[in-house]
Design a protein around this ligand. Sequence first.
Ligand code: SAM
Length: 287
Amino acid sequence: MTLLGAAEVRRLAAQLDLRPTKSLGQNFVHDANTVRRIALAAKLDRAGHVLEIGPGLGSLTLALLEVSATVTAIEIDHRLADLLPTTVAAHAPGRVGDLTVITADAMTILGTDLAGEPTSLVANLPYNVAVPVLLHLLSEIPSLQRVLVMVQAEVADRLAAPPGSRTYGSPSAKAAWYGSARRAGAIGRSVFWPVPGVDSALVAIDRHAVPRAGDRKAVFAVIDAAFAQRRKTLRAALSGWAGSPVRAEELLRAAGVDPGLRGEMLDVDAFARIAEARAAADLQVGP
Ligand code: SAM
């Protein structure tokens, strides 16, 4: 097995006459040490099945095949998806049968589109859609137990932020619904081609051993409302969601949450209690 270096990345891109696009977040890693570091940090099971989003020219895919049994790669750009098996056959002879490439948009992929049940998600995510893709996959593919993704550094901070911190927001609370997130290292700009205009970082998420009970969509609706208007108290921020400020206050008190707090102070359990308080109140009133 050999990994892709800078010259090979350029050669493959030239072969496709590829001009990397910003809209698809096409910044390719052209440094073998970086992809090997990511694959090792993911602590993969050698017999395991990994899901990769956006394999691009295959830099990370090859590193993942070095430390796992099978990889399913979902790539939206059909030119890249079509070339990937040839690249893997050239660099990892005998392993192309362990790779499944699906040409699709990761934002809309369904668990039923995959053969088998991947237990890890490892990816250098397209930055403009990193959070929605990540949340979609965690919801859609319950077999995913561990996540290690490279995202814009600010997004990594946001995903891993605890309540009350400056960067805590809707992505932090939603990620916490699924598992515990932490920053897992920084990645320099020079390992990419083309060089991005932002810093990158790794974020790891370990899914909760026991999935949370409760209506996820209802909880996420409360989170969306609470963070739609930052710097407002929950009484004000949730008034539209509840129907009025008075009703918002009643539901917050029923959930044991001070209506004068801001959403930034609440953990996901508190958001879940607010959603439950509303469901209980709706049940009493009837349809
Ligand atoms: N994994 C490669 C690497 O590390 O060199 C490429 C990473 S690049 C940051 C992001 C990749 O995601 C690109 O190959 C791009 O075409 C692909 N992509 C962008 N949007 C996507 C989507 N919605 N679904 C699947 N792949 C997508």
